[in-house]
Write a protein that binds this ligand. Structure first.
Ligand code: HEC
Length: 166
């Protein structure tokens, strides 16, 4: 009864339990973070092989207008004399990342007309029948891989918000 060590002995297993629970919840938090990071988003493929494929697609099919380094055409925000818009940058200075990846996918596959008024004229080609869906996803993953982390996070937010609206 009067054993001065009794309290310590009792406390020991409890501390072990606390440590174990702590370790489990840390693991769960890391797991959740990992899942979050891996959560699929067409514009946020983290697979280096996919990004490498996307880089090739970009160089061959997109760079002539959108720029070797995704910088877009000069004065891209000013409509040309022929009424058409120049090609915008795909880097962080453009607005590509303002769109959820489903919208970007549709633009690349079917052209911008899906989101424009009837009869809208654009230089942006539709890649339907030219690129496979996997190539389109790869080129979007490559584009996204050039965005700084903060921009990727914001695009992921836009992505989540658009999924919730569906
Ligand atoms: C012949 C020139 C040309 C080529 C080649 C081209 N684009 Fe474009 N793209 C444009 C133009 C011009 C626009 C702006 C469309 C508009 O506003 O009318 C555009 C717009 C876009 C947009 C919408 C961007 C935004 O911020 O809203 C995406 C996405 C896009 N292009 C992706 C691609 C990808 C990916 C490729 C290659 C597979 C590609 N483009 C090839 C000219 C081109």
């Amino acid at each position: 009864m009067n054993d001065p060590d009794a309290g310590k002995r009792a406390a020991r297993p409890r501390r072990a339990t606390v440590l174990a629970v702590g370790a489990i919840s840390t693991a769960a938090a890391l797991g959740a973070a990992w899942w979050h990071w891996r959560a699929p988003s067409a514009a946020d493929g983290a697979d280096p092989a996919v990004i490498a494929q996307g880089r090739e697609v970009y160089a061959r099919y997109c760079a002539s207008c959108h720029g070797e380094r995704l910088e877009g055409q000069p004065h891209w925000q000013t409509r040309r004399a022929d009424g058409r818009m120049p090609a915008p940058p795909h880097d962080a200075t453009g607005h590509t990342w303002h769109h959820p990846s489903g919208v970007l996918f549709t633009i690349v596959k079917n052209g911008v007309q899906a989101y424009a008024p009837p009869g809208y004229q654009s230089d942006m080609p539709a890649f339907y029948g030219v690129l496979t869906d996997a190539q389109i996803r790869a080129v979007l993953a490559y584009i996204a891989s050039n965005w700084p982390e903060a921009i990727r996070a914001r695009q992921a937010e836009i992505e989540r918000a658009s999924r919730q609206r569906q």
